[in-house]
Ligand binder design. Structure first.
Ligand code: FES
Length: 115
């Protein structure tokens, strides 16, 4: 699992980005939606934009480059130009620290989300 930090490091309605190399091959964004934490791959599946820099509305984040929205629970884009989902990851809070358990594939993320 990747250590993200303390829960208070992720303010309400904000996201933090965990750079690649800290236990993940790609950057990951962790969002705080009304106290609920969600983790997805940070890079938009359309082009090279950071979703942590996007706009959060409910459980959806709007890409800052071309405005596709991604559901933080499923990783699914709401519409073009992005067509491919981002991976979602499990967030674990233990002993006052936030961790992300990295999902290996989009398929695995979908199965975990459906469970
Ligand atoms: S880079 Fe995200 S929608 Fe184009």
């Amino acid at each position: 699992m990747i250590l993200v930090g303390r829960p208070e490091d992720i303010p309400l309605g904000e996201a933090v980005r965990v750079e690649a190399g800290f236990g993940s091959k790609v950057p990951i964004a962790v969002f705080n939606v009304d106290g609920e934490l969600y983790a997805i791959d940070d890079t938009c599946t359309h082009q090279d934009a950071s979703l942590a820099d996007g706009w959060l509305e409910g459980c959806s984040v709007e890409c800052p480059l071309h405005a596709s929205c991604f559901d933080l629970r499923t990783g699914m884009p709401s519409g073009p130009p992005a067509r491919t989902p981002v991976r979602t990851h499990e967030v674990v809070v233990a002993d006052g620290l936030v961790y992300v358990r990295v999902t290996e594939s989009v398929e695995a993320a979908s199965v975990e989300t459906a469970a």
